[in-house]
Ligand binder design. Structure first.
Ligand SMILES: [Zn+2]
Length: 426
């Protein structure tokens, strides 16, 4: 009974037999609906199902549920093809609508396999594919991985190297050598080369095994795109370097800081290609700067005492003492924090070996400046804005000094004045 029915449907199907690309629009909606209703009523009493029979070069490759499955199978074949073998980019697939028992339907991947085995001129092969091009053949994926990882170790290949099952034309497969024979071979590959001082067309051409004529004109630092001849299995190396540059304080930057730039130097086959900036960031110049433990407003106009009062200290010499001492000497242990006595801007910083040793001057505005000398450490740079009570340095004994102390001076309009009027006696 089923056989008889099947034959009847085949007759119907013959009416529709055509390339699926051409079928649409050939029949009117009415006639299609009529035929479909007959099909459906007959299908309900059989195990037959609507299907697409796929053929290549006149040979059937099997039945699938719909045209989408055929498209997926062709996509799979595309994915298995390689750039240098266009012979098999578009299999000539014929599709015919028919009815078969549902058990005969196959999947997209089975269909792809059948298309390959039915096609006279295509073959499957395990390939090492470099930059999308079949480079060598291996007997299995595992063998390919073992050989390549043996070569690479912990290195990374410069080119895109993959191992996969490919569909190749017989011609392409015939030209493919085993991986063992190709390990040292060169290929043409694209590099971005940054010209350095001293480069000439001749030297660059030599570096990349190419002709001078193939190079464009370039200047130092230009990044040139070059089709270089390099080992197919060359390695890429990246070396990270850092550069620290002082950024002075400005209208927008309150404190001088470090600009830390991280560079990536890129090498292929031990040839330096270029240097790329990987990262740039501003860093605090004095990350270990302490915070004052105690700030005392010791004088008039809101000035504070210049040495952290949380530390032991005493004034060993006042202004005018001895042979006209020009400031206060405040004796304290080495490393005791020195504070800016008022808000201001660092006018100068001096590390020279004069009498003051390591010292600096802060401009507080209104003609008032303060000087801090004999420091062991500074936490300010020229231009930095500082606040009253902020730690600006550490007590030391640099310059002409006997014992660790801060020599502190106040200037009004450039003339040394008694600090008493600003910071009191304490
Ligand atoms: Zn002094």
């Amino acid at each position: 009974m089923i056989l008889v029915l099947k034959r009847v449907f085949k007759a119907f199907v013959l009416l529709f037999k055509n390339n699926i690309n051409l079928r649409r629009g050939v029949y009117t909606a009415l006639s299609f609906a009529t035929v479909l209703s007959v099909f459906v009523s007959v299908l309900s009493v059989t195990d037959l199902t609507y299907a697409v029979e796929v053929s290549v070069e006149g040979e059937s490759c099997g039945y699938v549920t719909d045209r989408k499955t055929v498209e997926r199978a062709v996509d799979l074949l595309h994915a298995s093809s390689v750039k240098n073998d266009s012979a098999y980019s578009n299999p000539d697939v014929d599709c015919v609508y028919t009815f078969v028992p549902s058990t005969q339907l196959i999947s997209d991947s089975q269909l792809a396999d059948n298309i390959v085995s039915n096609h006279n001129d295509v073959n499957k092969a395990y390939c090492v594919v470099i930059n999308g091009i079949a480079f060598a053949e291996v007997t299995s994926i595992e063998e390919g991985i073992a050989t390549l990882s043996g070569i690479a170790g912990n290195n990374r290949f410069y080119n895109s190297v993959e191992i996969r099952e490919c569909v190749l034309s017989t011609d392409a497969k015939g030209r493919l050598k085993p991986l063992d024979e190709r390990i040292d071979d060169y290929i043409v590959t694209k590099v971005e080369y940054q010209a350095v001082k001293g480069d000439t067309k001749q030297s660059v051409a030599q570096k990349f095994g190419i002709s001078e004529e193939s190079l464009p004109d370039f200047n130092v630092n230009d990044v040139v795109s070059i089709k270089a001849s390099l080992p197919a299995l060359a390695f890429i190396n990246e070396i990270t370097t850092q550069d620290k540059k002082s950024i002075p304080a400005s209208e927008t930057v309150a404190k001088s800081s470090w600009q830390i730039t991280t560079y990536k130097e890129i090498y292929v086959n031990n040839i330096k290609l270029r240097t790329e900036v990987a990262d740039t960031q501003l860093a605090e110049k004095y990350p270990d700067k302490p915070v004052a433990t105690a700030v005392v407003n010791a004088g008039k106009k809101g000035f504070c005492w210049p040495v952290d009062t949380g530390y032991r200290q005493y004034v060993s010499s006042f202004w005018g003492d001895g042979r006209g001492h020009k400031g206060y000497d405040i004796a304290a242990s080495k490393g005791t924090p020195i504070l800016s006595v008022y808000d201001g801007k660092v006018e100068s910083v001096n590390a020279s070996g004069n009498a003051y040793g390591l010292h600096f001057v802060i401009d507080h505005g209104n003609g008032i400046r303060t000087l801090y000398a004999h420091c062991s450490q500074l936490y300010v740079s020229v231009g930095d804005r500082v606040e009253r009570g902020e730690v600006v340095g550490l007590v030391g004994s640099t310059g002409r000094s006997t014992g660790t102390h801060l020599h502190f001076e106040v200037f009004r309009n450039g003339v040394s004045v008694n600090p008493m009027n600003y910071i009191g006696k304490r």
